[in-house]
Write a protein that binds this ligand. Structure first.
Ligand code: MLT
Length: 275
């Protein structure tokens, strides 16, 4: 059984691996994933950025965490802060992919002192367009009617780049399994949360921690122009594009993603609270 913490009103499951140096990376997964999404990073990063402690929670509603609302992106950000308290971590580099990026931006808004640096992958600061809202309502109906496997099937092709779909059957199968495991109530709750999330574009100019923005060149959900706009909006942000990867770039090309992330981590000044 993996560790679980009772924080606020829920039990949250998490992985906590790697170094005891005080340098912490916290990973926030996308929709409808779980912390298992970050397995390639937890396995690959220690060789590239030794000593870092790697923490990956299941956001409430997913994985082994409780499936209970309230469903709001800001609430997930508060959960993350409470988990860091529980783990006695003052500050972390927060890595958020897609929905996890929405949570990371909320974390910046409400818990900025806890953020040492930020990595935003395949995500955006804006709220939903009318077309995306309509799609979310369709997905809610599909989830209730046909369950998680149908949702996974409907999301799979769009989440992956063409190269993965055509040449990486194990990547496709792994993502399908991961998404199909999401609880229906978690899926519906997350869709509700994303539907009501605010536009955080105005917040970008205030971000004053080192930031890396990552995109996949074959991402059909967060296109390259949006990735560029996100990076351009954050003072001093770096941008890294991963070739032959779609919306789940860390899952599709973990070696390239881990390299980008490790270079970024190694560029950060040591975080020594008492020095
Ligand atoms: C994700 O991968 O987390 C989703 O694409 C986020 C969204 O639906 O906006």
């Amino acid at each position: 059984m993996s560790p679980r913490a009772s924080i606020r009103d829920v039990w949250v499951a998490y992985d906590d691996t790697g170094g005891a140096s005080g340098d912490v990376v916290l990973f926030l997964h996308g929709f409808p994933h779980s912390r298992a999404f970050w397995a390639p990073q937890l396995a690959g990063l220690p060789a590239l950025a030794p000593g870092w402690r790697l923490i990956a929670p299941d956001l409430r509603g997913f994985g082994e965490s409780d499936v209970v609302g309230p469903w709001h992106v800001d609430h997930w950000a508060d959960d993350v802060a409470a988990l860091l308290d529980h783990l006695d971590v003052e500050r972390a580099v927060v890595v958020g992919l897609s929905m996890g990026g929405y949570v990371a931006l909320a974390f910046w808004q409400f818990h900025a002192p806890r953020l040492r640096a930020l990595v935003l992958a395949d995500t955006r600061a804006g709220d939903d367009t009318p077309a995306v809202r309509e799609r979310r309502h369709e997905l809610i109906a599909l989830a209730r009617r046909e369950g998680s496997e149908a949702v996974a099937e409907s999301q799979l092709a769009g989440a992956l780049g063409a190269t993965s779909r055509e040449e990486r059957p194990e990547v496709v199968a792994g993502l399908r399994t991961l998404m199909a495991a999401a609880p229906v109530d978690g899926i519906v709750g997350a869709l509700d949360a994303m539907l009501i999330r605010p536009d955080r574009s105005d917040l970008l100019a205030s971000i004053d921690v080192p930031t890396l923005v990552i995109g996949g060149t074959e991402d059909a959900i967060t296109r390259a122009g949006e990735v560029r706009a996100l990076a351009d909006g954050i003072p001093g942000a770096r941008r890294g594009m991963i070739e032959r990867a779609g919306h789940v770039s860390s899952w599709e090309r973990p070696d390239a993603f881990n390299r980008l992330l490790a270079d970024f981590l190694l560029s950060l000044a040591p975080d020594r609270r008492d020095s």
